[in-house]
Design a protein around this ligand. Structure first.
Ligand SMILES: [Fe+2]
Length: 414
């Protein structure tokens, strides 16, 4: 496979309505009123006690819609959360599900909406395109600026009995509406803001430099990730520009609403891109590392990114060079390689400015883990196929060795 999108393909999957901007949470009741008689709000215990949450739920109730609340969403979304919410509300006539919070709350809303509409157990829907009928209408309201879960047709569920991280990847769980209100992130603490923003930045880099897959019509209909394409590139370019301008600002001053807005818009752009492109090596390798360390996901992928970008550079030089120009650190008069290296260095400096570790010892990785991490990383087939460089166990180990040593010299051409 080459890096050429010879089909000229463009594909995005997206909510029917996206509302963006400070104060837009006040539109929630107007959207819900049109689609539901009984809305189930899904959030976590902290969010449920906030004035913002109470105002949103109150406005929906005032609009004549019955409101129920499940406020026990946990981080890393355990399957038991889905089972409990379905047990409690399965026979109550719920006809729309609203996820308010971080990625886990929104993913829980998607999983519950899928099971309420289709019956059975959430396990029946793990995999790609396994949800037979559309989920109940899902409305997402993110309160952190990073995961992109507000627009993705993906729900990550940790099967706590089987101790396995699983995913529902299906256009039938695409949210109906996403309401993205940067004011809701103002209370998000600095550390979480930095980690989720590092995640969104990694999504933009991985989607922009992913391999175009030139899928057949059958692959288009049966695979969630169809590779880098013309429409996702638009979102990546805008997302990278916004991050370049405001990522450091938002971590310096978490109450800077203009910077919050930029980063939240960038995270939305990243979500739009990965919804059809998917992520690549940094995410594939981070997953087994997460089982060893307890580093936040965003810092885990961010710490891997410098080494993954170096592995990929020879296979996606033109894409990294374009990234350098988008980030304003390169111009067309330079060699392509210079432009590409400048782009990579700028991403690293952004990660550094928000406090993301840039070596793997900070994640608790040791040499004795390499074999296990390498063999599990390459099993993430969907992500492996997105990566421009072949993601062999040897390549993963080379990334890990350089990452552990903090060796950010450029790699020799393969
Ligand atoms: Fe991520």
């Amino acid at each position: 496979m080459s890096m050429e999108n010879w089909l000229g393909l463009g594909l995005v999957r997206q909510p029917k309505t996206v509302l963006f901007g400070p104060g837009q949470r006040r539109q929630l009741s107007h959207i819900v009123r049109g689609v539901a008689t009984h809305a189930l709000f899904i959030t976590d215990e902290r969010m449920a006690t906030t004035e913002d949450f109470k105002a949103m739920a109150g406005a929906v109730a005032d609009a004549g819609v019955m409101v129920s609340v499940y406020d026990r969403a946990l981080p890393d979304l355990p399957r038991s959360n889905v089972v409990e919410a379905v047990q409690r509300f399965g026979d109550k006539g719920v006809d729309a599900v609203i996820g308010i919070g971080g990625g886990s709350c929104m993913d829980l809303a998607k999983a519950v909406a899928a099971v309420l509409a289709n019956g059975g157990d959430v396990r029946d829907y793990f995999g790609e395109f396994k949800v037979p009928r559309p989920a109940l209408p899902i409305i997402t309201v993110p309160t952190t600026g990073g995961t992109g879960a507000e627009v993705t047709a993906l729900a990550i569920v940790f099967d706590d009995e089987r101790q396995m991280k699983m995913a529902i990847a299906d256009a039938n769980i695409e949210p109906m509406a996403a309401i993205i209100d940067p004011e809701l992130t103002l209370s998000c603490p600095r550390g979480l803001t930095a980690a989720t923003a590092a995640d969104a930045l990694s999504h933009l880099v991985e989607a922009f430099t992913a391999r175009p897959k030139n899928p057949t019509p059958d692959q288009m209909a049966t695979q969630i990730y169809v590779g880098k394409n013309r429409l996702t590139d638009i979102f990546c370019a805008e997302g990278l520009r916004l991050m370049n301008r405001s990522l450091a600002k938002v971590v310096d001053n978490p109450s800077d609403l203009a910077a919050r807005s930029d980063v939240m818009l960038a995270a939305y752009c990243a979500g739009m891109a990965i919804n059809t492109t998917g992520t690549a090596a940094a995410h594939a390798i981070q997953s087994p590392i997460a089982a060893i360390s307890h580093t936040p996901h965003g810092f885990g992928v961010g710490a891997l990114l410098p080494y993954v970008m170096r592995l990929n550079l020879p296979y996606a030089t033109a894409e990294f060079a374009e990234m350098g120009r988008i980030l304003n650190v390169a111009h067309a008069g330079q060699t392509e390689l210079d432009q590409a290296q400048s782009g990579i260095s700028r991403i690293e400096s952004l990660l550094e400015q928000v406090g993301c570790p840039l070596d793997l010892s900070a994640l608790g990785v040791e040499e004795q883990h390499f074999d296990q991490i390498a063999s599990s990383s390459v099993l993430a087939t969907r992500l492996v196929l997105n990566n421009p460089a072949p993601l062999t166990p040897d390549n993963v180990k080379a990334v890990l060795a350089r990452g552990l040593a903090g060796d950010r010299s450029w790699w020799a051409l393969p």
